[in-house]
Design a protein around this ligand. Structure first.
Ligand code: C5P
Length: 321
């Protein structure tokens, strides 16, 4: 801890992630899949407040509380939650840290099991918060390494913005463009997809899509984004999971078709789903499309407006003594 200026509380944003492109190149020897994926942070965010106090015990105490009404039983508050895993891993990696009571209050806005990397972003926020409180004992490079031990998407969530990811998605090449992208996100209310199940389903399907010129496909996509050519970029969005996941969940095809009918430039699933995002021309069109989806009671979905942001998990409030 630095001097006498001890931060007692830190509030962080943890943004959701969309995959604008996602190609599964094959299964690696370690059982994970090799990817080429263009990822984008959006302003649908969880908010995490960390309160720190020195502990009289010999070990760290991490307590997690949900502030808003999350009745989903699969947001565990025990040590299986990625937030607690991240805090425990950070403290274990630096055993010299003074024992500390860490209370984490989360306001959960990113849906769970939705393909939006909510858990990974929460873990990224936790690593950043603890590093900040303890006086930045770890470099960003070390945090990326810790993050990768927690999950494939955590490194991206630490950096945020737009990045082309290779490997399991952790080898990141940052892309910086000015155009703001406006999305409508749509998720069936009672549908949750496990990432491990989705990869298994993909393997069983032997989907092996032809991956000719994937690098140049992504470079073209990035060039269009850099030039502000949104319609052209939208035409190159893709996700290899779609054919297989759509076979199991026909409602996703319906949502995708509805978004296109309503005027989206393109509509795709993010990650292993089930959230479908539609890219719109501007905020005004996004609002109209969102209103139409909300009025369509047959769909039985949750939906959100989201726009691209250039940041990942970040501190927004620092309550010092
Ligand atoms: O890395 P993460 O914990 O998010 O991955 C969840 C599961 O998804 C893994 O256990 C693995 O089955 C699968 N996965 C994969 N290849 C990747 C990422 C995830 O097979 N690149």
């Amino acid at each position: 801890m630095k001097g006498t200026q001890v931060a007692q509380s830190l509030t962080l944003l943890a943004p959701a992630k969309l995959n604008l492109s996602l190609a599964i190149l094959g299964k690696m020897d370690n059982g994970y899949h090799e990817l080429l994926t263009l990822m984008q942070s959006v302003n649908l965010c969880d908010v995490l407040k960390f309160q720190f106090a020195s502990a009289s015990s010999v070990t760290h105490q991490v307590n997690l509380v949900v502030e808003n009404d999350t009745t989903r039983s699969d947001f565990p508050l025990d040590d299986t939650n990625l937030i607690k895993k991240a805090a425990n891993l950070f403290c274990k990696t630096l055993p010299v840290l003074p024992p500390t009571k860490i209370q984490i209050i989360i306001s959960k806005n990113i849906p769970i099991g939705a393909g939006l990397a909510g858990g990974s972003s929460n873990a990224a926020a936790t690593l950043l918060a603890l590093n900040e409180y303890f006086g930045n004992p770890m470099t960003m490079f070390q945090l990326l390494d810790l993050g990768f031990q927690l999950g494939s998407d955590v490194p991206f969530c630490l950096i945020g913005g737009t990045s082309l990811g290779r490997g399991r998605g952790e080898k990141l090449s940052h892309v910086s463009f000015k155009t703001i992208l406006y999305f409508v996100l749509v998720k069936p209310k009672d549908l949750f997809v496990s990432t491990a199940w989705a990869y298994d389903a993909f393997d069983r399907s032997q989907a092996g899509l032809p991956h000719t010129d994937l690098e140049s496909h992504n470079q073209k996509l990035i060039a269009h984004l850099l030039n502000g050519e949104i319609s052209e970029a939208a035409g190159l969005f893709n996700n290899d999971f779609e054919p297989e996941i759509f076979k199991h969940h026909a409602v996703l095809v319906k949502i995708k078709e509805r978004l296109i009918e309503l005027g989206c430039l393109s509509a795709h699933m993010t990650g292993s789903g089930p959230t479908i995002y539609g890219l719109t021309q501007n905020l005004n069109q996004a609002e109209k499309i969102l209103a139409s989806i909300l009025q369509d009671h047959q769909l039985h979905v949750d939906c959100w407006l989201a726009q691209s942001v250039s940041y990942g998990a970040k501190v927004i409030e620092n309550g010092k003594d």
